[in-house]
Design a protein around this ligand. Structure first.
Ligand code: NAD
Length: 414
């Protein structure tokens, strides 16, 4: 138990238990899905620029492959733990199943601060990780992708290393690759796009539309920035954003392009200044008087200690696991809609699926066609979720609880 109440893994397992009760499934389902099928630990020696060898520990958790190859990102972060990786892999199983993808769930991690490595050191580490995992991954076995701290360049190194070992070009083993290396231009913004699509559709149900609705976003990385970009394009008003250093708030709305320029130039949104804009902390951003809150940084930020202070009516989980199970109970009882990670941030993995399909068939769609395919899958999921949620009682169950049982029986229409 952490200071914030339940840990991420405890929250995931609590929800799984409740989902199994709701579905009337036997206890055996919990026994199977509450632990991963396989955990791989690797220790990767890297010759640092100072000539010394440093050994980095990493994991790949292969949670469940009942529906297809394991699929999920790789996180490079100094504070990763095996427990966190197991929780993330478990969420991937449910996310892939919910979205009708032919995948199980997996997740990888390396305990490292990638910002502290030179480019050469980072390449050696990435290649070392791919080499160590090569016997356990592949386009039909396990298909990793980026997560916090990893990017298309790292995927390119990993694909190259894997392909060298395989003796042929195998782009389908990793997704979110650079566009010139069999990636797809939509992947860069697909998670943020999905966050915005889910927010827009929920806003239609709650308020008749998203136009003019105020949004606060925690995190201004891949998910936070692109989420903000698409939400603004769809007519919402982004009033607050933060990064690891803190953030900014302007009740009249932020000029996102300017905020992004400041972040790119100085490394943080905190240096953005304009009349009516004030600095806020990463705790404050969660409690602002806004319509929509998008946690898009790390897990467990909404917990029982702050759940009662949250004013947004709609929470769209850009990050994985930002709301603890305890906090979800509190918010749900107050009528707050929580669009959970396994739904709201699935744009990335759905797009990864489309990229993988392109790679397997060696045939490619243009950006617009790809985005339309992505949006159609996201809308299908949204509509299925809403039908089922209304049927079982929006006040009785949460979306997360509703959909955790699906992997056991496979993909079925409501
Ligand atoms: P990223 O590294 O691009 O960005 C993370 C952002 O969070 C940065 O702005 C960083 O400054 C900020 N941050 C870091 N520590 C923080 C803290 N303590 N408080 C507040 N902000 C902090 O990562 P990302 O890819 O945008 O991922 C963010 C979340 O979204 C993660 O939970 C990840 O698992 C999830 N996610 C990402 C994708 C994807 O395609 N990138 C897909 C699904 C889910």
């Amino acid at each position: 138990m952490s200071l914030r109440g339940t840990t991420f893994l405890e929250s995931v397992l609590q929800t799984l238990k409740r989902a199994i009760e709701l579905g009337g499934y036997p206890q055996e389902v919990y026994e199977i899905l509450s632990r991963p099928q396989r955990i791989i630990t690797v220790n990767i020696p890297v010759k640092m620029d100072n000539g010394k060898i440093q050994v980095f520990t990493g994991y790949r958790v292969q949670h469940n492959n009942a529906l297809g190859p394991y699929k999920g990102g790789i996180r490079f972060h100094p504070e990763v733990t095996l427990e966190e990786d197991i929780a993330l892999a478990t969420v991937m199983t449910f996310k892939n199943a919910l979205n009708g993808l032919p995948y199980g769930g997996g997740k990888g991690a390396v305990a490292v601060d990638p910002k502290k490595l030179s480019k050469r050191e980072l390449e050696e580490l990435s290649r070392g990780y791919a080499r160590a995992l090569a016997p356990f991954i592949g386009p039909e076995t396990d298909i990793p992708a980026p997560d916090v701290g990893t990017d298309p360049q790292i995927m390119a190194w990993m694909v190259d290393e894997y392909s060298k070992i395989a003796g042929r070009n195998v782009p389908g083993v990793f997704t979110a690759k650079p566009v010139v290396l069999w990636g797809n231009p939509v992947r860069e913004y697909s998670t943020g796009f999905g966050v915005a699509v889910w927010a827009r559709e929920a806003a239609k149900k709650l308020w008749g539309g998203i136009e003019g609705k105020t949004v606060a976003i925690q995190g201004f990385g891949n998910v936070g920035y692109w989420g903000a970009y698409w939400l603004e394009k769809m007519g919402a008003k982004v009033v607050a954003v933060t990064d690891s250093k803190g953030g900014i708030y302007n009740p009249n709305g932020l000029k996102l392009a300017d905020v992004k320029a400041v972040k790119d130039k100085t490394g943080t949104v905190m240096n953005y200044d304009s009349p009516g804009t004030r600095k806020i902390t990463n705790d404050e951003v969660l409690e602002l008087p806004v319509d929509i809150l998008v946690p898009a940084a790390l897990e467990n930020v909404i917990h029982k200690g702050n759940a009662n202070n949250i004013k947004a009516k709609l929470i769209v989980e850009g990050a994985n696991g930002p709301t603890t199970a305890d906090a979800e109970k509190v918010l749900h009882s107050k009528g707050v809609w929580i669009l959970p990670d396994l739904a709201a941030n699935a744009g990335g993995v759905v797009m990864s699926y489309l990229e993988w399909v392109e790679n397997l068939q060696w045939y490619f769609w243009d950006e617009e066609e790809t985005r339309n395919k992505l949006e159609r899958i996201l809308l299908d999921t949204f509509n299925r979720v809403m039908i089922r949620w209304s049927k079982l009682g929006m006040d009785k169950v949460t979306i997360r609880e509703l959909h955790m049982w699906r992997p056991w029986i496979g993909y079925t229409m409501p």
